[in-house]
Design a protein around this ligand. Structure first.
Ligand SMILES: [Zn+2]
Length: 304
């Protein structure tokens, strides 16, 4: 899922697991992206969804909003001066939701923005660096960033002759390709993709990378049955390495909403470890009817 930039203003602080906190001085992970003060401090929904929280916290977030999106992901908007939405309200991508401020644990007017790939909790287990997910060429990409925007960059670079694995992860190989591109195009060679490099690369096609299938596309093809059955068979049909196939498989499982334990149980059922007959198997697995239905669906999907 891609998002739009929730406000104007440049990035003043990145997602950073080793950040020194500006107030306490302690090493405290920074779970979001901060956008600084600007003439226009309106904040919009980064993607359509439903307002789950529109509230005030005396510590931390100050006035904040959490939006739940259609795939269960959530975005957080913190330190607001004012909130313009109510709990339960449906909002469209780009809809006004409030004004940037400095309420809560904050040293100046800014928006603290978080993306959680699932329900937001203060364990932060599903947080991602928003920069990999905000579709806006004014926001630079650099080594360490993960997300679909990086996949688009990889596809774009492949379309002009580079041979990168489209895995949504900005690693050393991507950095090397970017530096080479920058050198050839007389840009500042820093290995990061900022507005100038984006402009040279041309408009990145977000929905359909020009050459090279993304991991997600391959996963969707597998689900659609385009690559037959059996892992080795599918991998050969896709013409990719074992490492890449594992990444595709992971995405297939994510897309089909199959948990690791359901996969394991399906493996066992197929291997015949739980006997024959649904009632017998469910008893042997000691799972609820609901979980057994998931195992059964997974078994059927694999044997299809
Ligand atoms: Zn922040």
């Amino acid at each position: 899922m891609l998002f739009i930039k929730p406000c104007t203003g440049r990035i003043t602080s990145h997602f950073n697991l080793k950040r020194k906190h500006p107030i306490t001085g302690k090493i405290t992970p920074h779970w979001g992206t901060d956008f600084g003060n600007h003439n226009d401090n309106t904040i919009v929904a980064a993607q359509s969804g439903t307002i789950r929280i529109a509230s005030h916290s005396n510590t931390g977030f100050g006035n904040y909003v959490i939006i739940t999106h259609s795939n269960g992901w959530e975005t957080v908007y913190a330190h607001l001066k004012s909130i313009a939405v109510k709990v339960g309200q449906k909002v469209k991508k780009g809809q006004y939701i409030g004004v940037k401020g400095t309420t809560g644990n904050s040293t100046g007017v800014h928006l603290h923005f978080e993306i959680s790939k699932g329900r937001w909790t203060n364990s932060y287990s599903k947080h991602v660096n928003p920069v990999g997910y905000i579709d806006n060429s004014s926001i630079a990409l650099f080594r360490g960033i993960v997300g679909p925007r990086v996949g688009n960059l990889q596809s774009k670079l492949n379309s002009i002759g580079y041979k990168l694995t489209v895995d949504n992860s900005f690693g050393p190989a991507v950095e090397k390709a970017v530096k080479d591109f920058q050198k050839k195009n007389k840009l500042t060679v820093d290995g990061g993709v900022g507005p100038a490099t984006f402009e040279k690369l041309g408009k990145i096609n977000i929905e359909k990378p020009s050459i090279g299938k993304s991991i997600t596309q391959m996963a969707q093809e597998i689900i659609a049955g385009k690559h037959g059955t059996g892992h080795e068979n599918r991998r050969k049909s896709l013409g990719i390495s074992k490492g890449d196939y594992e990444k595709v498989r992971e995405v297939v499982n994510q897309l089909t909403n199959v948990s690791k334990s359901v996969q394991r149980m399906a493996d066992e059922v197929i291997a015949g470890k739980h006997g024959a007959g649904h009632a017998q198997r469910r008893k042997s697995l000691q799972v609820s009817a609901e979980t057994y239905a998931k195992v059964r669906a997974e078994v059927n999907r694999r044997l299809r």
